[in-house]
Design a protein around this ligand. Structure first.
Ligand code: ADP
Ligand code: MG
Length: 615
C-alpha cells in the first residue's frame, strides 16, 4: 500500500510538470470551460487599464490648447487635416465629451468586471467543490481512514473558496495592473524621461510600504481571527457544559477566561486598525512628497520650455494612478501564494485514483454473475497499514444459503473481515473468491448489487425516513408501496407511523431522535429494499435494550431467510443456529464448527458460552 501511494505522488507531480496540457489542473479545466466569462473579464480589465492611461489627456489638451491657446503639434494637424477647422473650433466641447466618454467607459468596464469576476469566481468555486466532493466520494473507503474528516471538510469548503483568489489575482494582475503600470511608464518616458524617472522614484517606497504594512496587517488580522474563533468555541463549550460549570462553581473562572480571550481579540483588532492607519497615512505622505518633488522639477521644466503645463498635469495624475497597480501587486501576491497552496492540496487529492489505494477495477473486470455456489476465503490476510496485518491466514468457505457466525472479542477482526466482501478494502494476501473467481476480477458496482450490509452503527442521512429507506436501492426509485412493505418486514412500519410526519419525518444525520432499535430497523428496511443474495450483519444487536432486541432480531431473521448470511456478534445466542461458527482472536481463526461441536470441544467458544449463560 505504501509503495502504491508513493507512486501516486510521483506520478502526479511528474505529469503536472511535464505535460500540463495533456493533464490540465482542475482549475485550468474549469477556466477553459468558462472561457467566455474569462474573456469578458479580460476585456473589461484591459479597458480599465486603457482608461487609467487616457484619463488625464483631455484635461491636458484643454489646458494647453484651449486655455493657453498653444498651437497643436504638426503631426495631429496633418493627420486630421480635412476636419481640423471643425475640431479646433469645438476643441473644448470635444474634450469635455471625451472626459465624459472616458468616465463612461470606466463605469462600463467596472460594471462588467464586477459581474464577470463574481460569476467566474463563484463558478470556479462551485465546480471545484462539486468535483472534489464527487472525487472524494468515489475514492475507496480506505482513503477516509487515512485522512482526518476535518481535513477533507477543509479541502472541500475553505480550500476551494480560496482558489477564487487565484483566479481573481491572476486576471487582475495580468490584464489590469501590469498593463496599467507598463502603459503609464511608457507614456511618461515618451513625454519626458526626466520627469518619468522622478515620478517612478516613489514606486520603490510604495512597494516597500505596501509590503511592510501588508504583512503586519495580515499577521494581526490572522491573530484576531484565531482569537475570535477561540471565543466562539469557548462559548460553545460553556453552553454545552453549563450545568457542570454551575455545579462545580466555575462561573468566575470561566468569565475570567472569556475576558482574557476576548481582550486578546480586541487588542489584535486595534493593532490591525492602527497598522492600517499607519499605512494609509504613509501612502498619503509619500504621494504628497512625490507630488511636491514632481511639481518642483515640473515647473522648472515648463519654464525651460521642455514640457507644457498640461503635461505636468498628466504626470501629477499618473503619480496617483501608479499607486493602484503597485498596491494590487502586493495585495494579490500575498493572497495568491496562499491560494496556490490551497490549489495544490486540491490537485493532490484529485490526482489520487482508486487504484492508488488498492481497490480498483481493472479494465477487464466483468459484472459479477448472480451468486450461485460459494464464497471462499483462501489464506486471506489484510491490514489497514502495511506491515501490520489485522487479519491473518483466514480460510473458510460458505455455500450458497448457509449461515455463518463470526464470534470473538471486540477488536478481533470481525468487522474487518466483513468489510472485505463488498470490497471496501481488498485483501492484501491470499484470495477471496466468489463462485471460483477472484473478487477483484469483478466490477465494484456489480458486487455491491449482490451484497447487503447492515453496519453496526446507525448510518442515517439527514433526510426523510422515506428517503433513508429508498437509498437502499438507488438504481431504481422504489414506490411508496415497496417502501412500506420493506418497513413492515423490518418491523419498522408501526413506529414510523407514530413519528410526527410519518414517512416524511426528516431525520438528523448521526445522532437521531430515534432509539437505537428504531434506527436499526430503518437500516433493515433499507436492506430489504436492496434484496441482495448475500447478507452481512455486523453486531446486529449491539447497543439495543432487550425489548427492541427481539423486534430487531425478528426482522433480521426475516431478512436472512433464504439468503447467504454472515453475522458477526460477540453475543453467542445470535449465532447459535449458524451452519458454521468461526471464532476469531487477534485476526486468526482459533476454532470452528457448529455450536454443538464447539461446546463438545470445550475450548474458547465453550468458555464464552458458559460465561454468557452465567454457568
Ligand atoms: N480503519 C481502521 N484503521 C486502522 N485500524 C483499524 C481500523 N478499523 C479497525 N482497526 C483495527 O483492527 C482491529 C480489528 O478491528 P475490528 O475489525 O473492528 O474488530 P471487531 O469488529 O472484531 O471488534 C482492531 O485492532 C482495530 O483497532
Ligand atoms: Mg466490529
Amino acid at each position: 500500500m505504501t509503495s502504491s501511494s508513493e507512486n501516486n505522488t510521483d506520478n502526479s507531480s511528474a505529469s503536472h510538470d511535464e505535460t500540463p496540457d495533456a493533464n490540465p489542473s482542475q482549475l485550468g479545466r474549469i477556466l477553459r470551460e468558462e472561457w467566455r466569462l474569462l474573456f469578458g473579464l479580460s476585456v473589461a480589465l484591459v479597458v480599465q487599464a486603457g482608461v487609467s492611461m487616457i484619463q488625464p489627456w483631455p484635461l491636458k489638451i484643454i489646458f494647453d490648447h484651449v486655455i493657453l491657446d498653444k498651437p497643436a503639434p504638426e503631426t495631429y494637424v496633418n493627420l486630421l487635416s480635412p476636419y481640423w477647422d471643425v475640431i479646433s473650433e469645438n476643441l473644448l466641447i470635444i474634450m469635455i465629451a471625451a472626459l465624459i466618454g472616458v468616465a463612461l467607459m470606466n463605469g462600463v468596464g467596472l460594471y462588467i468586471q464586477n459581474i464577470t469576476l463574481t460569476k467566474l469566481s463563484q463558478k470556479v468555486v462551485q465546480k471545484l467543490r462539486v468535483r472534489l466532493f464527487a472525487h472524494v466520494l468515489e475514492l475507496p473507503i480506505a482513503h477516509f481512514y487515512k485522512m482526518a474528516p476535518g481535513e477533507v471538510i477543509e479541502r472541500i469548503t475553505t480550500d476551494t473558496d480560496d482558489t477564487q483568489k487565484l483566479v481573481e489575482g491572476v486576471s487582475v494582475l495580468a490584464c489590469r495592473s501590469f498593463p496599467t503600470f507598463i502603459g503609464i511608464t511608457a507614456i511618461m518616458f515618451w513625454v519626458d524621461w526626466q520627469l518619468a524617472l522622478i515620478t517612478l522614484g516613489i514606486a520603490p517606497v510604495l512597494v516597500w510600504g505596501t509590503y511592510f504594512f501588508g504583512i503586519r496587517i495580515k499577521r494581526v488580522t490572522r491573530q484576531k481571527r484565531r482569537h475570535e474563533s477561540e471565543v466562539t468555541s469557548m462559548t460553545e463549550v460553556a453552553a454545552k457544559t453549563h450545568k457542570w460549570i454551575k455545579l462545580l462553581g466555575l462561573e468566575e473562572d470561566e468569565i475570567e477566561r472569556m475576558e482574557e480571550k476576548s481582550r486578546r481579540s480586541r487588542d489584535a483588532a486595534v493593532e490591525a486598525g492602527s497598522w492600517q492607519g499607519y499605512y494609509t497615512s504613509m501612502t498619503n505622505v509619500v504621494l504628497a512628497a512625490g507630488s511636491a518633488v514632481l511639481l518642483l522639477f515640473g515647473v522648472q521644466s515648463i519654464q525651460a520650455g521642455r514640457i507644457t503645463p498640461g503635461a505636468l498635469l498628466v504626470f501629477m495624475s499618473y503619480l496617483r494612478s501608479l499607486y493602484k497597480p503597485i498596491r494590487e501587486f502586493t495585495k494579490y501576491f500575498i493572497k495568491m501564494t496562499k491560494a496556490m497552496a490551497c490549489n495544490e492540496r486540491i490537485e493532490a487529492i484529485m490526482a489520487i485514483t482508486p487504484c492508488d489505494l488498492g481497490v480498483c477495477e481493472t479494465p477487464e473486470a466483468d459484472p459479477l454473475p448472480t451468486f450461485k455456489k460459494k464464497i471462499v476465503f483462501d489464506q486471506v490476510s489484510f491490514g489497514y497499514e502495511p506491515g501490520n496485518d489485522i487479519i491473518r491466514d483466514i480460510s473458510f468457505s460458505i455455500e450458497k444459503g448457509q449461515k455463518i457466525g463470526l464470534v470473538g472479542d471486540s477488536g478481533s477482526g470481525k468487522s474487518t473481515l466483513l468489510n472485505l466482501i463488498p470490497r471496501f478494502f481488498d485483501v492484501a494476501g491470499g484470495s477471496l473468491k466468489i463462485d471460483d473467481r477472484d473478487l477483484r476480477s469483478f466490477t465494484l458496482e456489480s458486487i455491491k448489487k449482490q451484497v447487503v450490509m447492515v453496519p453496526q452503527e446507525a448510518v442515517l442521512f439527514h433526510t426523510s425516513v422515506f428517503e433513508n429507506i429508498a437509498v437502499g436501492r438507488p438504481e431504481e426509485a422504489p414506490t411508496e408501496v415497496e417502501i412500506r412493505q420493506a418497513a413492515e418486514k423490518a418491523n419498522a412500519h408501526d413506529f414510523i407511523l407514530e413519528l410526527p410526519d410519518g414517512y416524511e419525518t426528516v431525520l438528523e444525520a448521526g445522532d437521531t431522535q430515534l432509539s437505537g432499535g428504531q434506527a436499526k430497523r430503518i437500516l433493515i428496511a433499507r436492506a430489504f429494499l436492496r434484496d441482495a443474495g448475500i447478507v452481512l450483519l455486523d453486531e446486529p444487536t449491539s447497543g439495543l435494550d432487550p425489548a427492541s432486541e427481539s423486534l430487531v432480531m425478528e426482522a433480521f431473521d426475516r431478512l436472512s431467510e433464504q439468503k447467504t448470511l454472515i453475522v458477526s456478534s460477540h453475543r453467542l445466542p445470535i449465532v447459535l443456529n449458524a451452519d458454521l461458527i468461526i471464532v476469531l482472536r487477534d485476526g486468526r481463526i482459533i476454532e470452528r464448527g457448529t455450536h454443538e461441536e464447539l461446546l463438545e470441544k470445550n475450548g474458547v467458544y465453550a468458555g464464552f458460552w458458559q460465561e454468557q449463560m452465567g454457568m
